[in-house]
Design a protein around this ligand. Sequence first.
Ligand code: HEC
Ligand code: HEC
Length: 396
Amino acid sequence: MIRIVRFFQIAFCMQFILTALPVSAVDFTAAEKRKILRHGPWPLPATPDPSNRVSGNPAAVAFGRVLFFDTRLSTSGSVSCATCHRPDAGWTDGRARSRGQRAVDRNALSLFNLRFNRWFGWDGAQDSLWAQNLRPLLDRREMGIGAAGAARLVRADRSLSCHYRLVFGTAPGADDDRVFVDLGKALAAFLETLVTGRTPFDDFRDALAGNDAAGRARYPAAAKRGLRLFVGRGNCAFCHFGPAFTNGEFADAGVPHFAGPGRADPGRFGGIRKLRKSPYTLLGRFNDDPTRSTAVKTRHVRLAHSNFGEFRVPGLRNAALTGPYMHAGSLKTLADTIRHYSTLDEERLHAGGERILRRLDLSGREQADLVAFLDTLTEAESGPKVEVKSEDLFCR
Ligand code: HEC
Ligand code: HEC
């Protein structure tokens, strides 16, 4: 008996020594280091969106901010963009599936780092940020005011038409669609400003790049072990690639995709179909980029069956603030998402997915390490970044 107790005591001590080893115990190989460095530097340089002539314009940022909180853009008069994208909840609504005027099928995406996206929405049905902003205004489940209704409101309201004139240089004209798209562009100018700040991971990554031992030592050991899994055995970085932790494309992550009983969410497959039918794409008359180089990606989109059930790879910066997770909010916490990857059913993965994603069978500690790593992607000072500026007051 004593022997057994002794064995457990020794085992316990060993475990303690292993977990309490100095941080230098997690030293990265040259190959790992190269992979880690690819997730920075951060923040990325911000360039204006050539498809939006008011991108970066401070008056447009102010107009967009006003529009974002205006419930008159919904037919019921009670829903604004902020209903589902709350600044104090990581720009989401905390629900599994969103609810505006009625319930929708998907989880509200957060609005961080949008300016670096190639595609918008879980299914990439929009190819620009300004077009994405029009979608809730058209969908009756969300706000549903429509192009004509929105244009009418802006023409009739003294404050909104004042903002419009300040941004676009003329009073809102007779072309409903043109005024409507301009609202999407002002909203885009505002949303482009929501870039996440520096995180403990960024400090570590730069310390690794600069060979700063003291800086490296400040990063928690559990996060280092999680990071090693992320770029290594977990293969997470294959899809969650680069400084924003997304390759910007679509994949099947093995998440069931039912929109409701007996109804599948087609994901990217449906997104490509919607994109092709939309008048508001970069191929249409509302793209302000005279060179049309922005439209190349849209011109090359092809519909394939393998797109069925694929969803956009979300960026992971500030992910700790934006649960529940996945396109229909099926997983509540970050720990649940890691458990998903650890236990996923490989049989369900379709074309391509199975070569990249494997059931990881992670131990409890490995799962906790991955969560510890994801937590270090949270900016130090997050919180509502919506301040009232003098431009906002100009048109009151
Ligand atoms: C009913 C709740 C609801 C309302 C109201 C709403 N959204 Fe959303 N938003 C969502 C959902 C759900 C998604 C994911 C949609 C999808 O992929 O099908 C989303 C996605 C987005 C995205 C895409 C983010 C990305 O990473 O691709 C942007 C941008 C956005 N919304 C902006 C807005 C703006 C601007 C408004 C107001 C004009 C608005 N939303 C109103 C629920 C809402
Ligand atoms: C094959 C590409 C791929 C790989 C590999 C991958 N992911 Fe994902 N990840 C996705 C996609 C796609 C989604 C969204 C899936 C959905 O909603 O159906 C996602 C969603 C997530 C989310 C939820 C984010 C949110 O805002 O909802 C987290 C967290 C996450 N992945 C972490 C990881 C980790 C950690 C690993 C490695 C263990 C990993 N991913 C490996 C493609 C991938």
